[in-house]
Design a protein around this ligand. Structure first.
Ligand code: ADP
Ligand code: MG
Length: 386
């Protein structure tokens, strides 16, 4: 029997140990080396960007270490918040209380820690802490600007901060801030390649002393759609299904892969979002044009859009012509939708999604391209619908 449990090896949503993969960033340096370099530059702020669940948080946890990393989220900050009080409290500073400092030469001494900007900066320096302001894009833009202003001053005093956000979006408050120019270390995390993703099952199943075929690993990399999170989730579910912790399992059978994909969708909750997309924009009583397909019922363009992104191979972006040809391959009748109407539907669909909360940011229609922002959503569409 193996000593390690599957959940200690595969860690969807957490910091993996044996399945943590070190990736190459630019010019043969790893992301870990790059972040380490950035954190060693005093007076600089570090800005990390990358798609959701690509590994921004995990990278910081790995490099800084959980004991020294103080994590706060952009969504923790509301318009009127005193940011330093929040940060100090999160770092474990007592709130306005007097604490005893035994380390002082003159015996024990009472010290009063007021949660001011200065005391928070001092506390961070003394304890060698690094602030990770995660999901910065969740803070509203006034708050982002306020924080950029505050950090500009704090980093000069030796405060270390990493700001993580989605690419090319609201992190502009940092990257385009004129006062911060020349004071930012930029780390852009690129999409995972299939080869990099394959390292996760290779390392994990080796650790568990379970064999898995090359063919199965290829299939896993294909279905994980650039997402290390998804790869960790599927691998863990394979172990649960096959009872790797309880039985003497020597080899993962190729046949169980599809069952484990379906099984993994049970952890995902996207049916309401899929329904919203299928409903599309309110057509005010007018009936929509439908098209004949192989499905039980005819589909309108919203349903066809959703159906078309689930076709093989899974792809994180589809340009208009690709989308059109996928839809045409689904429509079996004589009459096909026009490009003009497809664009109209996509525009309306984007309006609907934008009007909802941020959990609906799973796909985005922009620059004549449909981006799949959330690989887990695509995976759910491919394997979750019965
Ligand atoms: N370098 C890595 N090696 C192995 N798995 C990773 C790696 N980076 C991320 N993961 C997996 O993806 C999950 C999501 O990563 P996370 O850092 O939370 O993403 P982000 O902060 O970019 O949204 C992690 O919990 C882990 O399971
Ligand atoms: Mg994160």
């Amino acid at each position: 029997m193996n000593q390690k449990k599957a959940q200690e090896v595969f860690s969807p949503g957490g910091l993996p140990e044996s399945t943590y993969i070190t990736r190459q960033a630019k010019m043969g340096f790893t992301y870990e080396e790059r972040l380490n370099q950035a954190l060693n530059m005093s007076g600089y702020l570090t800005s990390i960007s990358g798609q959701s669940k690509i590994g921004k948080t995990v990278l910081c946890e790995k490099v800084v270490g959980l004991d020294h990393l103080i994590e706060v989220s952009g969504s923790d900050f509301l318009e009127k918040d005193d940011i330093w009080r929040k940060i100090g409290t999160k770092a474990g500073m007592p709130n306005n209380a007097e604490i005893t400092n035994n380390a002082c030469r003159s015996g024990s001494m009472k010290e009063s820690y007021l949660l001011t900007k200065e005391s928070v900066i001092e506390y961070f320096k003394e304890k060698e802490l690094v602030l990770l302001l995660d999901d910065f894009h969740y803070a509203d833009s006034a708050m982002q600007n306020h924080m950029a202003q505050q950090f500009k001053d704090a980093i000069r005093k030796g405060f270390k901060v990493i700001i993580a956000s989605l690419p090319h979006r609201s992190d502009d408050a940092i990257r385009t801030n004129p006062d911060l120019q020349g004071r930012i270390n930029i780390i852009d995390i690129e999409m995972w390649t299939k080869e990099e993703l394959k390292e996760i099952p290779k390392a994990g199943f080796k650790e568990l002393e379970v064999e898995i075929s090359k063919k199965a690993i290829d299939k896993l990399a294909e279905e994980s759609i650039c997402s290390p999170h998804l790869m960790q989730l599927i691998c863990l579910n394979i172990c649960v299904l096959e009872k790797v912790d309880e039985l003497e399992v020597n080899k993962i059978k190729d046949e169980i892969l599809e069952r484990s994909f379906k099984f993994s969708t049970l952890n995902l909750n996207y049916s309401q979002i899929a329904d919203t997309i299928k409903q599309g924009k309110n057509s005010r009583g007018k009936s929509r044009k439908t098209f004949r397909t192989d499905k039980v019922k005819d589909l309108d363009l919203y349903e066809l859009i959703l159906e078309s992104i689930t076709i093989d191979p899974p792809q994180t972006k589809l340009i208009l012509t690709e989308l059109m040809s996928r839809i045409n391959s689904l429509v079996k009748g004589e009459e096909k939708p026009t490009t003009k109407s497809l664009k109209e539907y996509l525009k309306n669909l984007q309006e609907v999604l934008t009007s909802k909360d941020r959990s609906y940011e799973v796909i985005e229609w922009k620059d004549d391209t449909l981006f799949i922002l959330e690989p887990l959503f695509l995976f759910f569409l491919r394997w979750g619908a019965e």
